[in-house]
Write a protein that binds this ligand. Structure first.
Ligand code: AMP
Length: 547
């Protein structure tokens, strides 16, 4: 017997309809590429999203056609989020930090038909557009009078002229909630990138879950600043959850430096922000240098790579800002786990609480997870055993776009499909997961595994260390040994011996790095993560002392 409730499909258009009707006056504030501040409301976002939908109809784009963006976090990008997906097309957010050839490869693979880009990226678009076989329309996200006379891009039109010619009335189509809504290519440090193709249903379920109190706790009382880019995994779904809850949105545009982010947080009374550790490092450095305080920021979610304990401590203790450590993946829309305490932890001493906060957190309802050993058997949740982390759920990838890479799932003994994440983790008795490493970054020394993240976390707690990466280097006896690659803080000095000494009492002796290599910079990938593959290449001629 079926239930007798209405079965409205879960569609992205319903989010912006809801925000317009129930939170129409709530502000969306953006720092624009031009440097000025733009402000309007959800009512305006909704009207202009409908203009986008009409403009796509006028271009005769079919349902399912891909519309690409190459844009910062800003209001026009938000309109495309709703206008493109809401009208049944697929929003493809391209990552501008990739090389021109990589972007062209991805745009061709996706079969993008339209590309909307911020003027910052005009030189980038010029560098790859001739290699794009499927893009028929180029739209610059600017006013008509900001379009250069000779842009070098054939048929380039301005966004404002494009949507300005359209009506703001539009009836959003209704369709199967499993229809594709948006796509994002994985950062792909090895091999060709593969795309996760999200659906309206997966996006809406993720938006509900992301807003939960033990997840990002988003509400109509929040002013949210997503520093995490809208060009990578939909800014962690924040634009959707914000529309769902009626939260104010504050977009930083291209200005990601500590000073600009801090100013925006203060003037717009931001209560919640989301970012990767590298961006927060710049913010904290700016605040420390100027002796500044936050007057409204209450919590921040940090993820994308392991959050160093020193950062959690500084936010919590120095600034009274709660840090929510999150683990996410492109293949998971992207949230998997988030670290909030349980009732029984509240009275624990501060150092015990900190041990929990450092973990990547508990599974969000909608994500099931387990760790398995080499034999594929599930390992105990004791906080000690570590193995490959597998996940499943309605916003986890089932297959990559165009079936690329074959079937990514693994069946368990009950025939249930799991997605192997490529991360190695422990899970404790309370269900808190802690990443020990990416499976390819783990250091295998004398048959034992060393977590590169643990070794890096100790190093970055040293006052002279700005950034640290730990990689395994071949060793004739131990197979691999850890070597620490360090960027020093400007004007600070520290020697190899001092850093090695710093590990005393903080980790097992055999896990202490054998050597320290000082470098000017550690290569970062397109999503701000340390590129260990590149580091290994840089150090390919390096030899461990005494080998
Ligand atoms: P991406 O494909 O860019 O979404 O990267 C996903 C990967 O980033 C995960 O599989 C993890 O290896 C890593 N990652 C994300 N969040 C965290 C975190 N909080 N701690 C450690 N690693 C993380």
């Amino acid at each position: 017997m079926l239930g007798l409730m209405q079965s409205e499909p879960l569609l992205i258009s319903s989010l912006i309809d809801f925000a317009e009707r129930h939170h129409g006056g709530v502000e969306i504030v953006s720092r624009r590429v031009e440097g000025d501040i733009h402000r309007y409301t959800y009512k305006d976002v909704a009207a202009r999203s409908r203009q986008v939908a009409n403009a796509l109809d006028a271009m005769k784009l079919a349902q399912g056609d891909r519309v690409a963006t190459l844009a910062w976090n800003g209001y026009r990008h938000l309109e495309l989020y709703f206008g493109v997906s809401g009208s049944g097309r697929v929003l493809h957010t391209l990552n501008p930090r990739l090389a021109p050839d990589q972007i062209a490869w991805i745009a061709n693979h996706a079969g993008d038909q339209v590309l909307c880009f911020d003027m910052t990226f005009l030189p980038l678009v010029k560098a790859f557009h001739s290699k794009c076989k499927t893009i028929r329309h180029y739209v610059a996200l600017c006013d008509a009078d900001k379009l250069p006379a000779d842009s070098g891009i054939p048929g380039l039109i301005s966004y404002e002229a494009w949507i300005g010619a359209q009506s703001s009335s539009y009836r959003w189509p209704s369709f199967d909630e499993n229809t594709a809504s948006s796509m994002c290519y994985t950062s792909g440090t090895t091999g060709n990138p593969k795309a996760a193709l999200y659906s309206h249903r997966s996006t809406l379920l993720h938006a509900y879950a992301a807003a939960l109190p033990d997840v990002m706790c988003m509400s109509a009382r929040d002013a949210i600043l997503p520093v995490v880019p809208m060009f990578h995994v939909n800014a962690w779904g924040i634009p959707y959850s914000a529309a769902m809850t009626g939260a104010k949105l504050v977009f930083p545009g291209p200005a990601m430096d500590g000073k600009s982010i801090y100013e925006l947080m203060e003037t717009e009374k931001v209560s919640f922000a989301a970012g990767v550790p590298t961006v927060w490092q710049m913010l904290l450095a700016h605040m420390q240098a100027g002796g500044l305080r936050f007057s409204t920021l209450k919590r921040t979610v940090i993820g994308g790579s392991a959050c160093p304990p020193a950062m959690i401590e500084t936010f919590n203790e120095k600034y009274g800002v709660e840090v929510l450590h999150a683990w996410r993946m492109t293949e998971m829309s992207p949230l998997g786990t988030l670290c909030t305490l349980k009732n029984k932890h509240l009275d624990l001493p501060a150092d015990e609480k900190m041990k929990i906060r450092l973990k990547q957190g508990r599974a969000i309802y909608g994500v099931d997870m387990k760790i398995v050993g080499d034999d594929g058997k599930e390992l105990p949740w004791d906080g000690v055993a570590f193995g490959d982390l597998y996940v499943r759920g309605p916003w986890v990838v089932r297959e990559y776009f165009k079936g690329e890479g074959g079937n990514p799932l693994v069946k368990d003994e009950h025939g249930v499909d799991w997605f192997p994440t490529g991360d190695v983790a422990t899970i404790d008795a309370d269900g808190y997961m802690q990443i020990t490493d990416r499976s390819k970054d783990v250091i295998k020394s004398g048959g034992e595994w060393i977590s590169s993240i643990d070794i890096e976390n100790i190093a970055v707690a040293h006052p002279a260390v700005a950034m640290a990466a730990c990689i395994g280097v071949k060793h004739p006896k131990w197979d691999e040994r850890p070597v620490l690659v360090v960027v020093k803080k400007p004007g600070m000095e520290v020697t190899t011996a001092e850093l090695i000494q710093f590990y005393q009492g903080k980790t097992a002796k055999w896990q202490v790095p054998d050597d320290v290599v000082f470098v000017d910079a550690i290569p970062l990938g397109a999503t701000g993560k340390m590129l260990k593959t590149r580091l290994r290449e840089m150090l390919k001629d390096y030899r461990l002392p005494n080998t």
